[in-house]
Design a protein around this ligand. Structure first.
Ligand code: GLC
Length: 417
């Protein structure tokens, strides 16, 4: 092993979706906790993550996927097998190049983020180099991916799951794999109640909303299961209170079938007769600014959310949050205490919770304050501590000379499997 510890991260996407936001904070946590380690990020797509990582002092290596591999979805089914066949040649070429790169880098450990990289990492890692899969989604829901991960699991030393719920799903599928749940971290200075706000009306091209209007926004990528339709239906069911809805975000991934389009959502809003009661802002680079500009942040995923970065980010901004209460997301809040819950896909239930908050600013305040308090559990120091414990357990990375205990520990994660 070289003097310097070197960890290589493999990530398919350069844009900032949930898994990339998670990786960003993970790199920042590690940078602070282990300043002498060399962190190296191999990205298969250019995007904002590259620059963000470079600014942290992470070495970024661009290794773009060939288009056929980039577009390849993992939703299962015959068409997927066909796409797989078509992409096979490109995948083989890519794997050869990646194997060569990893051979040159000689990492102490490889940490993969995203399904394609889990497989490619298992396939191409140099002999003896431990591999960690960081699993951000329910694997059992994806048939082809389940089979592939099962086939490659022997190459993986341990898997990190972003919630207990995702860990349970993975353990059921791969009982022999060592699975450790570790919650994500967020930047509690950036996601804070203090800071700049935005004029969401102008951004959405709407006339200014009247004084006293409650602003309620869904902050999400345009993946279909994020529940934009449910949110629009809920808005349409609200009585004529002074409330305006905002859809904040846009489509970001290379695989396109699983996303809705802006046109489609605007059409649905028009069909529901929402008019000026909803605005579409498009992608906003700093989600904290967008969240601070809202009175209520809605999370409306129609399927169990594996974790839900947006939920803790909005809680850290001291917002009143309404979240889909299922999966890992349900581990993040207590209904009525620090957020409100609703059942995934239940537009009427969501409308009722929005209405409660629209008419009760006191309740919004109380939930927001409790939420900010809860968000303190997602400190970066806690993540670094849990992560390095896993790294050290599976590799020959030496234990660092004691630099004092991290500021915060978190009872809910690795130590509590
Ligand atoms: C994935 C999950 C999401 C989670 C994120 C970070 O995007 O779908 O629930 O917040 O990863 O772990």
């Amino acid at each position: 092993m070289a003097d310097k510890v070197r960890i290589v991260y493999l990530n398919p996407c350069g844009k900032l979706g949930g898994a990339e936001t998670s990786l960003r904070e993970l790199l920042a946590s590690l940078r602070a906790a282990e300043p002498t380690w060399e962190l190296c990020l191999v990205l298969a797509e250019d995007g904002p993550l590259a620059e963000i990582a470079r600014e942290m002092g992470v070495t970024v290596i661009m290794k773009p996927f060939p288009p056929a591999l980039g577009r390849l979805g993992d939703a299962g089914g015959l068409s997927n097998i066909w796409s797989l066949a078509k992409a096979a040649a490109a995948t083989f070429r890519y794997a050869r190049q990646l194997a060569q790169l990893l051979g040159e880098l000689q990492p102490d450990l490889i940490h993969t983020n995203g399904f394609k990289m889990h497989l490619l990492g298992a396939w191409t890692r140099p002999r003896g180099v431990p591999l960690i899969w960081h699993i951000h989604d329910y694997v059992s829901a994806r048939r082809s991916m389940s089979r592939l991960l099962r086939a490659f699991q022997k190459a993986c030393s341990a898997a990190i799951a972003n919630s207990k719920s995702v860990a349970a799903d993975l353990r059921e599928l791969l009982p022999d794999l060592n699975v450790v749940p570790i919650y994500n971290a967020i930047d509690l200075d950036r996601f804070s109640p203090r800071g700049s706000k935005l004029d969401l009306d102008t951004i959405a091209g709407l006339p200014a909303a009247g004084a006293g209007t409650a602003r309620v926004g869904l902050v999400a990528t345009f993946a279909r299961w994020k529940g934009h339709g449910v949110f629009l239906q809920a808005l349409a069911q609200l009585p004529e209170e002074p409330v305006r809805g905002y859809i904040i975000g846009g489509p970001i991934y290379q695989t396109d079938k699983s996303q809705c389009s802006l046109e489609e959502l605007k059409k649905e809003a028009a069909r529901l007769g929402l008019g000026d009661r909803v605005g579409f802002t498009g992608f906003i680079p700093d989600p904290a600014e967008a969240m601070r500009s809202l009175d209520v942040v809605v999370h409306a995923s129609t399927a169990p959310e594996p974790f839900g970065m947006v939920i803790i980010e909005a809680m850290a901004c001291e917002r009143a949050v309404i979240a889909s209460q299922a999966g890992g997301a349900a581990e993040l809040f207590t209904d009525g205490e620090n957020a409100l819950g609703h059942l995934p896909g239940d537009a009427a239930g969501l409308a009722r919770q929005i209405q409660r908050l629209v008419v009760d600013p006191e309740l919004r305040l109380r939930l927001g304050r409790a939420a900010r308090q809860t968000s303190q559990q997602y400190q970066k120091a806690r993540l670094a501590q849990e992560l390095t414990a896993v790294y050290r357990a599976v590799s020959r990375i030496p234990t660092a000379p004691s630099t004092g205990a991290p500021e915060e520990t978190f009872a809910g994660a690795a130590s509590n499997q």
